[in-house]
Design a protein. Structure first.
Length: 612
């Protein structure tokens, strides 16, 4: 190996990653150096010399098949900042001898390391000016990431062949161990094929977690053999997942280095399914959710229903459902919800009313603690299992919370931006960041509830004039909640739409001390499904999730500490083109003109405008 490394140094004068090559992998590797001795052809019989491992062998076959099927021709014309003249690769006449890559040696130190939280995902990838490349990784999972990078380095040579534009040396590893997407299949169903397609894209972007929010109050789509009656609350029999479906998804994901973390939401958002076991399990199931009379409010959206915390049968049902599912899902993390547990729902529970009547000093933190004390021992039935809960169990204002939640419970924070991240990490909790202000992909599409009087404001020339006058006096006022929709307050609760730039911009450890930042495991971008199903999932998720992928893998700043959104623009535009070519219906981010004219579509001519 020393001889191989020496040959690289002798044969290639490496330069830092520049815009002089068309290949621009996303996420950008932590360290990438390109040579300038000329292109390396890909042999039609390129071989991989790898240790015997089923997952690695299958991944190599997929990579080989993909690069020859794709024969990718870069679309994005790249150029140096503030220079609209394209900066192409060197012409063939100015290049040296064209080498041919005939084989890649794959070296993996630990073939037995399981795909669990914190597994080593690092790798190195060296393609010298010769016929042999090398991938080195400590685990199979790092080797899979190396193959994903290789797939983005290989492009068409302009004819029938493939090439890597220059010799390249990469040393790479993730900044955060938890990098994921959350998909909701409770509000609207996603077929297995649609889920598998997202898993492919996750792997290409080096995202390593599929957080599966399986059920919600509106439907129970997963078969439970202990309680087959639960799927009576699926939208239909064809909108259900069998055990075989679940195992297929888990196996497919693992083969691509993606962990599947299930979520069964409880005690809130828990009407469907549970009430089929025993109606007494669910409180307020037949209530109106009462936005008309806020004092009678029972849920944030229809349909209401929460597990009755004081009913003994609740915990028997939880135990049977959880034990069955935790035997299928192999990950050491399991998400058990606890978001948006509303106090008003328990006005419908005689057990809860009697509980408070028996001791007037009790409040809803005592009720929440009762659930934690009785449910948590059930959830921790596996030695190495860690439970994830939404932060509401601690941070909710006006909801049901608990007094004492063990520090080994992971908190997923979605509210109040970096403030809640700091609140939780300062208390010693490990945190997954899913800020609705930055990461919620369903935001900005307008409200989905109907018979909504907030929209009932007709166009008014006077109002239109007042908006114009307000804008002239202070541009910020024209976008306030009192003026958008011509005065109507209806709309997405978490508007605006989260653009890829907003996602990319977010620093999830901002404002934290070094000790607090160590508790941030990473982040997830959620796609709630009130307005999402198989027809929209690709375009709502991609390519915006790729912005999260880069920010969590290699960060959103360059070596000098400046935001590198301009450089990321080239990568995400190109990545989107690759996704579409691979069968993922990723949304366009700009007119195609912008792909062909670098920086011509920038808002600011000053390339240092985004530096904070």
């Amino acid at each position: 190996m020393k001889t191989f490394v020496a040959s690289i140094v002798a044969a290639v004068a490496f330069i830092p990653a520049t815009l002089a090559v068309q290949a621009n992998p996303l996420p950008i590797p932590q360290h990438i150096e390109w040579g300038h001795s000329g292109p390396i052809a890909i042999d039609h019989h390129l071989s991989f010399h790898a240790p015997k491992n089923a997952i690695l062998s299958d991944a190599i076959k997929r990579t080989t098949k993909l690069i020859w099927k794709e024969k990718y021709e870069p679309v994005v014309v790249q150029g140096p900042p503030a220079n609209y003249t394209p900066f192409p690769t060197l012409s063939q006449s100015k290049r040296g001898v064209k080498h041919t890559l005939k084989k890649i040696d794959v070296v993996v130190t630990d073939l037995k390391a399981d795909l669990q939280a914190g597994v080593d995902e690092s790798y190195t990838l060296d393609i010298p000016a010769g016929n042999t490349g090398v991938i080195k990784a400590k685990t199979v999972w790092g080797a899979l990431h190396a193959l994903s990078t290789l797939e983005q380095l290989v492009i068409s040579d302009g004819g029938s062949g493939l090439e890597i534009e220059e010799p390249v040396s990469i040393k790479d590893s993730p900044k955060f161990i938890h990098r994921g997407v959350m998909l909701d299949t409770g509000r609207n169903f996603l077929p297995v094929e649609a889920i598998l397609r997202q898993i492919d894209a996750l792997a290409w972007a080096k995202l390593n977690v599929f957080h599966w929010h399986i059920d919600d109050s509106q439907s129970w789509p997963i078969d439970i053999k202990a309680h087959p009656e639960m799927t009576k609350d699926a939208y239909s029999k064809k909108f259900t997942y069998s055990h075989a479906d679940v195992k297929k998804i888990i196996s497919y994901a693992k083969a691509r280095g993606v962990r599947v973390i299930p979520e069964i939401d409880m005690p809130g958002h828990s009407s469907s399914g549970w009430k089929q076991i025993d109606p007494k399990i669910v409180a307020c199931a037949d209530s109106w959710w009462s936005n008309d009379v806020w004092s009678l409010h029972t849920a944030v959206e229809p349909n209401p229903g929460q597990l009755d915390i004081l009913y003994p049968g609740t915990y028997k049902a939880i135990e049977s459902v959880y034990n069955e599912l935790s035997g299928i899902f192999s990950d050491d993390y399991f998400h058990v919800g606890f978001d948006e547990v509303h106090q008003g729902c328990y006005n419908f529970s005689s057990l809860v009313r009697d509980y408070f009547k028996a001791d007037p000093s009790r409040d809803y933190t005592d009720l929440g603690q009762y659930f934690i004390d009785h449910a948590l021992p059930i959830f921790q039935n596996k030695k190495d299992r860690r439970v994830i809960m939404w932060e509401d169990v601690i941070t909710a204002i006006g909801g049901v919370t608990a007094k004492h939640v063990p520090k080994n419970v992971i908190m997923q924070t979605w509210n109040n931006g970096p403030n809640n991240t700091k609140l939780l990490t300062s208390q010693g909790y490990d945190v997954i960041v899913s800020s609705s202000d930055f990461y919620y992909l369903d935001c900005g599409h307008g409200g989905w509830v109907t018979n909504d009087p907030r929209y009932n404001v007709n166009y008014s020339p006077a109002l239109d004039a007042s908006i114009s006058d307000a804008f002239a006096a202070d541009p910020s006022t024209a976008y306030s909640p009192t003026t958008y929709n011509y005065g109507g307050a209806g709309g997405s609760w978490c508007a605006p739409y989260k653009t890829w730039q907003r996602i990319y911009d977010y620093d999830i450890t901002v404002g934290l001390t070094a000790a607090e930042a160590k508790h941030v495991l990473g982040g997830e971008t959620p796609l709630w499904a009130e307005q999402n199903d198989a027809t929209t999932v690709d375009s709502k998720l991609w390519p915006r999730a790729a912005a999260l992928a880069e920010s969590l893998w290699s960060g959103n700043r360059d070596a000098s500490g400046k935001k590198r959104v301009n450089q990321a623009t080239f990568r995400i535009l190109e990545f989107r083109e690759r996704l579409v070519g691979r069968g993922v219906g990723a949304a366009p981010l700009q007119p195609r003109y912008c792909l062909k004219h670098p920086h011509a579509c920038d808002l600011m001519y000053d390339q240092n405008a985004v530096i904070a």
